[in-house]
Design a binder for this molecule. Structure first.
Ligand code: COA
Length: 252
């Protein structure tokens, strides 16, 4: 896995393709590989970079405590990669990071892709409690809420593997950061061309959250995907790849 130096530490990432830079930001307890289908399918229209956030995958560190901290880290990743501007795509917590970046540094965000996320991400108190006190049960609850009923388990191995290999306290820190995230009253200030994607069976960030994002961000396009839950990009990769491809080709 290649690595860059961000904030004095090694930052691992996956990379594919050539052209317009697209940074793919994973969610809570995740890692860059949760974007594997998009890395494999979209290299002809973009240069895709999918970092492992601090404390996740092959990037060391304690994990972030706030979405702002992670957004600063992604900004450092853009700097380290020599990217003055990039399309920033984020899944779940990664979507919160992408929104934060687009609001704070609009000059660096050429486009925004929000996948299975929301402008406010309150977390089930029971989930936080289990992760704190009985981590295996907390992880099992996350898995039970993550996928559509009919999703074959082999399609989501990257998500399962990332969640199992991320230290539970890092995932807990991620979810506490999500729980404090709320830009509902500011999200309309985003001017980047925006694509919003959600699985129709998403129970962690329901379609209502995506509809809110698409209604509030001027000109945003909403794509709802059948037969997918929270990990829509792994559960229905062809639909997500097609939406992303159309979006990337539509950018000026
Ligand atoms: N976009 C649009 N609407 C939102 C929203 C978002 N991002 N976040 C909350 N809302 C809406 C809710 O739907 C609710 O609307 P309603 O009053 O019409 O029902 C209202 O704002 C208040 O919601 P919330 O602050 O979330 O409080 P709650 O007491 O209704 O529910 C939870 C709290 C945790 C049960 C709920 O947020 C939930 O089910 N979350 C999803 C599960 C989860 O843990 N996800 C992890 C995300 S990383």
């Amino acid at each position: 896995m290649p690595a860059l130096t961000v904030a004095g530490q090694s930052a691992a990432y996956l990379e594919a393709g050539r052209g317009r830079p697209v940074v793919l930001v994973h969610g809570a307890g995740g890692r860059g590989a949760v974007w594997a289908p998009q890395l494999a399918a979209l290299g002809d229209v973009a240069r895709l970079l999918a970092p492992d956030l601090p404390g996740h995958g092959a990037t060391a560190g304690p994990g972030g405590q706030t979405i702002g901290e992670y957004a600063d880290w992604v900004l450092g990743f853009l700097d380290a990669a020599g990217l003055a501007r990039a399309v920033v795509a984020g899944h779940s917590m990664g979507g919160a990071i992408a929104q934060t970046l687009a609001l704070a540094h609009p000059d660096r965000v050429a486009g925004l892709v929000l996948v299975g996320t929301g402008a406010r991400l309150r977390v089930l108190p029971r989930l936080l409690e289990l992760l704190r006190e009985k981590p295996p049960e907390g992880l099992a609850l996350i898995e039970s809420l993550s996928y559509a009923a009919a999703t074959p388990r082999e399609r989501v191995v990257e998500a399962d593997r990332a969640l199992r290999e991320t230290p539970p306290w890092v995932t807990l820190g991620d979810l506490l950061a999500c729980d404090r995230f709320d830009v509902m009253d500011r999200i309309g200030a985003i001017r980047a061309p925006t694509l919003v994607v959600v699985g129709r069976e998403d129970r962690l960030t329901p379609p209502k959250y995506a509809a809110y994002l698409a209604a509030a961000i001027p000109g945003a396009r909403l794509v709802e995907v059948d037969g997918a839950g929270h990990f829509v990009q792994l559960e229905q990769p062809a639909a997500v790849d097609a939406a992303l491809r159309g979006y990337l080709l539509s950018l000026p």
